[in-house]
Design a protein around this ligand. Structure first.
Ligand code: EPZ
Length: 431
């Protein structure tokens, strides 16, 4: 298994470019199920979850062409031959977002067989709200042998009120309702930018969706959707990770190709003392000031994202004073804390709260990544630790960060990957 080796201490200087958002690309690829025509997606990140989604769609009979060379971040999908509306356990267990195919499959082919995702490192993460929503649109659902079996001659427009805000739940139901008979009103929806980006794609495909990005979404169902071309939004969490990297290392970093409007967490980082300058499609972070402890609570968008919580914890270890971090979204998302403590951090966990006392010098150690964002916080800690940190199981980080070691090395990090190298996509001449 690949490992990262990081020698800490270098300030990061220069420009790092953000890739497309994994959490916008995955639902956009699932949306291709809703039409027989080709869907062309640009700015698709070259990360492992995209490969998994390609396998998922190809197993159904789809054609997925991941771009090469100049078209490296373009993906063309065609689900004309949807022969098997099924998502197998083998694939779903590697990526829970596979459940995003449930709504589109029922809407397009009248039936779906999708494996339940099972537990996850950061929490139980049930999909009961997806199932309840589809039943409110008239689907018949049975859960047997670890699979959700759903069927409907044609989904019916209706009213869906989410008991709690769910990002992929909102996306799944929005896709299903796009082909339903009649109008659907969805309330208490997720407002994440990825939801609005999906609605933008669906509307290009001929859907009639209003209100995405707000708590109330109205969808007038249509009988057929067409192909479309769409550019995926930049990854706000990757941008946030790099902002923290610049601040932690005392660097001067431009994070290019991001959407500053989506970076709602910057206010909290500024409270800690991180200096950030906004520009049209980039932000500049100057890590020369003192950092001070500050409390933070994770919330749904536009609140502080849970996907930035681990990175914030790494930052808090280098801030003077204490920071109380409250994780409200997932019940078990402090796996990184124990590893940061191994590096010398002072962190105490009390249920959903983590109390970080700083500033504590970090010393390099061998640490273990447990999930995607936890591994990002270990990379950040390794960048400031004294000595050589070795991070094991970096396959977690490859799921959502495109060649992070190359991007960070290009701005001065002493970081390398050991183990079998990630397969490089052949640069086909003229593609
Ligand atoms: C999305 O997951 C993201 N994944 C997650 O990013 C992110 O952490 C999460 O939203 C919250 O922002 C993708 O977009 C692919 P939820 P999702 O449904 O949709 C509970 C990353 O690091 N819930 O909004 O699965 C659930 O257990 C990943 O990139 C139910 O109880 O999250 C959680 O406590 C990790 N029943 C809360 O709601 C349901 O049916 C919010 O989960 C659905 C959710």
């Amino acid at each position: 298994m690949d490992k990262f080796v990081i020698r800490g201490g270098n300030p990061l200087l220069g420009t790092v470019r953000v890739s497309g958002a994994k959490n916008a690309a995955l639902p956009a690829m699932a949306a291709s199920i809703l039409t027989e025509e080709p869907v062309i997606l640009e700015n698709i990140p070259d990360v492992r979850d995209i490969q998994t989604t390609r396998k998922l769609l190809e197993a159904m009979g789809g054609e997925v062409e991941l771009g090469y060379g100049r078209a490296h971040h373009r993906t063309t999908l065609c689900m004309k031959n949807l022969v098997s509306p099924e998502a197998s356990y083998d694939l779903v267990k590697t990526m829970r977002a596979s459940t995003l195919v449930l709504g589109p499959l029922v809407a397009r082919s009248g039936r779906a067989r999708v494996s339940l995702p099972g537990g996850c490192a950061i929490g139980a993460r049930p999909i009961d709200l997806h199932i309840k929503g589809l039943e409110q649109l008239g689907a018949k659902i049975a859960v047997e042998h670890g699979y959700v079996e759903a069927s409907a001659e044609r989904l019916q427009g209706g009213e869906v009120v989410f008991d709690r805000i769910t990002v992929t739940g909102t996306e799944d139901l929005m896709m299903a309702a796009a082909l339903a008979d009649g109008e659907t009103l969805m309330q208490n929806c997720a407002r994440e930018p990825e939801v609005a980006d999906l609605a933008a794609l669906l509307n290009k495909m001929g859907a009639r969706i209003e209100g995405a990005g707000t708590p109330t979404i109205r969808i007038k169902g249509v009988s057929r959707l067409k192909g479309a071309k769409h550019r995926i939004i930049p990854d706000r969490i990757e941008a946030g990770t790099f902002i923290v990297a610049g601040a932690l290392t005392g660097g001067d970093l431009i994070i290019a190709g991001c959407e500053p409007r989506h970076l709602t967490f910057i206010k909290k980082l500024e409270e800690v003392g991180v200096k950030v300058k906004h520009d049209v499609d980039s932000v500049r972070v100057m890590g020369d000031g003192p950092l001070k402890g500050c409390d933070m609570v994770t919330e749904e968008f536009p609140g502080f994202p849970t996907d930035m919580q681990a990175q914030f914890m790494a930052l808090a270890t280098q801030a003077e004073g204490s920071s109380i971090i409250t994780e409200n979204i997932f019940e078990n998302r402090f796996m990184h804390a124990g590893e940061l403590v191994r590096m010398g951090a002072n962190i105490k966990i009390e249920g959903r709260r983590a109390i970080v006392r700083g500033k504590t010098p970090l010393s390099a150690a061998a640490v273990l990544a447990s999930d995607l964002r936890a591994s990002a916080s270990l990379v950040l800690a390794g960048l400031v630790a004294d000595g050589e940190t070795i991070i094991d199981r970096v396959y977690h980080i490859d799921r959502g960060y495109e060649r992070i070691e190359e991007k960070l090395r290009a701005v001065g990090a002493r970081m390398k990957r050991i183990g079998e190298m990630l397969p490089k996509r052949p640069a086909l001449v003229g593609s």
